[in-house]
Design a protein around this ligand. Structure first.
Ligand code: SAH
Ligand code: DHB
Ligand code: MG
Length: 223
């Protein structure tokens, strides 16, 4: 099946199941106007993340990698009324665009953006004894996925849901000789997951407007 067909199916699914996708177009336009890369999750995936947040019942959500806040807004809209989302972004310019998008989407009061290297913020959250997050979405620099995994495990509790984006990358994940450091980062993450007795995970390949990729999902099982 061709990439055109995958995109057509995404459109069909959105038309029937995700009418709210069209109001999210303004966010993508604001990102494009600010020259942000088009590496947001798709609308179907955004809605999927929102439903996962709702199903998990998480009151505290952590996102690593904000970009323009597209995935952030989808997830924030899945929070309960008192719920909060913390999102981490390296680039001040991305965080600025995201901040404006969050205001326009009416979710700014539920979301905090921290700017700078995510690892630094995660370490200080751990050092300051932050309350565990019930849902975590990891979507920043792929070479650091192994490090994010180790840190996220210190910021969650049994029952917390953990999701990693972009774990298949056109199938390159199963190539041990890949020269792409992003692929190698994901491969090292999978080695850690295989060895971990504290989380149980699966991953699904996805096709659609964003090509062939995949999302890993799991639940923390033990402290
Ligand atoms: N979650 C977003 C897309 C994120 S793209 C969405 O689906 O809408 C990845 C983002 O991670 C980029 O904005 C990039 O600047 C950011 N990033 C890269 N390295 C980072 C780091 N070390 N710490 C925090 N954010 C980082
Ligand atoms: C890239 C990053 C992403 O988070 C994504 O969804 C797609 C591509 C990238 O770095 O190429
Ligand atoms: Mg991604």
């Amino acid at each position: 099946m061709s990439a055109t067909r995958w995109a057509a199916v995404d459109e069909f699914l959105l038309d029937h199941l995700v009418p709210e996708a069209s109001e999210m177009e303004g966010v993508l336009q604001a990102n494009a106007d600010a020259d942000l890369p088009e590496i947001d999750v798709s609308a179907a995936q955004g809605k999927y993340l929102q439903l996962l947040v709702r199903i998990s019942g998480a009151e505290r959500v952590l996102e690593i990698g904000t970009l323009g806040g597209y995935s952030t807004i989808w997830m924030a809209r899945g929070l309960p009324s008192e719920g909060r989302l913390l999102t981490l972004e390296l680039e001040p310019a991305h965080a600025e665009v995201a901040g404006r998008n969050l205001i326009r989407a009416g979710v700014a009061d539920k979301v905090d953006i921290l700017v700078g290297p995510a690892v630094d913020h995660l370490r200080s959250l751990i050092d300051n004894g932050a309350e565990p997050f019930g849902f975590v979405f990891v979507d920043a620099d792929k070479p650091a996925y192994p490090e994010y995994f180790e840190l996220v495990m210190q910021l969650t509790r049994p029952g917390s849901v953990v999701v990693f984006d972009n774990v298949v990358r056109e199938g390159e994940v199963c190539d041990p000789d890949s020269a792409d450091e992003r692929v190698q980062g994901v491969r090292e993450l999978f080695r850690l997951l295989k060895a971990s007795r504290r989380i149980t995970m699966t991953a699904q390949q996805t096709v659609g407007v964003k090509g062939h990729d995949g999302i890993a999902i799991g639940v923390v099982t033990a402290d």
